[in-house]
Write a protein that binds this ligand. Structure first.
Ligand SMILES: O=P(O)(O)OC[C@H]1O[C@](O)(COP(=O)(O)O)[C@@H](O)[C@@H]1O
Ligand SMILES: [Mg+2]
Ligand SMILES: [Mg+2]
Length: 326
């Protein structure tokens, strides 16, 4: 096995799936490393079911994962790149996947990833996937960056592996602990500020006011436009992420997809002692009604995410409340 699963009690089917996902990731990493030599992986390929333009690598990644799942325990497959659920001759698992996350970064050599969510297979694809994210048996992502890495949770904390190109193995490193608190750093696409709802505008105004404002400190901003990269950073050094709904046409529920982006990220964040909401309600308690459903997403340390919620529910207290009163 090239993925070290020692010490984890995964069912044989889930262990096999994790192995297949990471084997495919090493293939994709090699393809990504050669971008531009014989093929332009950012070339436009059409439009997916969610209305996003597809890049060559979106399609290559989706096909690679589908191929890798032949004869696996995955019965139902739900992908960002497919209009509908796909049924395989599988067994007891249902896999939702964003095969290639952060695709606007392919042509600029910036970190991209694959996000995955695993449920027990039920009688139909809808019954398997359209349920609370709390019922996931695995959630995580693979990140194609300076390092190829895997971050995953099976409901017992957040585990981390780094691919060693010398041995061809994903080596398991120390589990990630709690998301660090107190890091004055936020991630939001500020170009949408004029479209944000009032609570989000007010929250960001208070952060941007810096040490003379209500939060009393200066904040740093980061926006990689790659959910896997923002999540990796926040899990390791803290800070808060927001992709809210906004006033642009089609963005009332933000941009990110509940099933194969937000639910697995929310599982990791909660397992790291943080919180992930749609602004107010926990993502993992919400039930999507369709495959490509969007949801606003806010995540980070619990106190900060609760404070964001106060801007929606009790704006008068939002900036002033002490962390332990949130
Ligand atoms: O370009 P925007 O609106 O800032 O959106 C960036 C967000 O879109 C995404 O790239 C969406 O994912 P895909 O690349 O899988 O479509 C996220 O990774 C990222 O957080
Ligand atoms: Mg994505
Ligand atoms: Mg994608």
């Amino acid at each position: 096995m090239s993925l070290d699963l020692d010490g984890l009690t995964l069912s044989p089917e889930l262990a096999d799936l994790m192995q297949r996902l990471t084997d495919t990731a090493t293939t994709l990493q090699r393809i990504i490393a050669r971008n531009g030599i014989t093929e332009d992986l950012s070339a436009a390929q059409g439009v997916n079911a969610g209305g996003d333009g597809q890049k060559a690598l979106d399609v290559i990644a989706d096909e690679a994962f589908k191929d890798a799942l032949k004869d696996s325990a995955v019965l139902y497959y739900a992908s960002e790149e497919d209009d509908d659920y796909i049924t395989f001759d599988g067994g007891n698992l249902a896999l939702a996947i964003d095969p290639l996350d952060g695709s606007s970064n392919i042509d600029v050599n910036v970190t991209i990833g694959t996000i995955f969510s695993v449920f027990p297979a039920a009688a139909t694809p809808e019954a398997s996937f359209l349920r609370k994210g709390r019922e996931q048996i695995a959630g995580g992502f693979i990140i194609y960056g300076p390092q190829l890495a895997l971050i995953a949770s099976f409901g017992d904390g957040v585990h981390k592996w780094v691919f060693d190109p010398d041995t061809g193995r994903f080596e398991r490193l120390a589990d990630l602990g709690k998301i660090p608190t107190g890091k004055a750093e936020f991630a939001i696409n500020a170009s949408n500020a004029r479209h944000w709802p009032a609570p989000v505008k007010a929250y960001l105004d208070d952060l941007l006011a810096g040490e003379t404002g209500p939060r009393g400190k200066n904040y740093n901003a980061r926006w990689v436009a790659s959910l896997v990269a923002e999540t990796y950073r926040i899990l390791h050094r803290g800070g808060v992420f927001l992709y809210p709904g906004d006033g642009r046409e089609g963005y009332a529920r933000g941009r990110l997809r509940h099933l194969y982006e937000c639910a697995p990220i929310a599982m990791l964040i909660e397992q790291a002692g943080g919180a992930a909401t749609d602004g107010v309600n926990p993502i993992l308690d919400e039930v999507p009604t369709k495959l490509h459903e969007r949801t606003p997403l806010v995540f980070g340390p619990v106190a900060e995410v609760k404070r964001v919620a106060l801007y929606f529910t009790d704006p008068a207290r939002a900036a002033q409340a002490a962390d332990d009163q949130l």
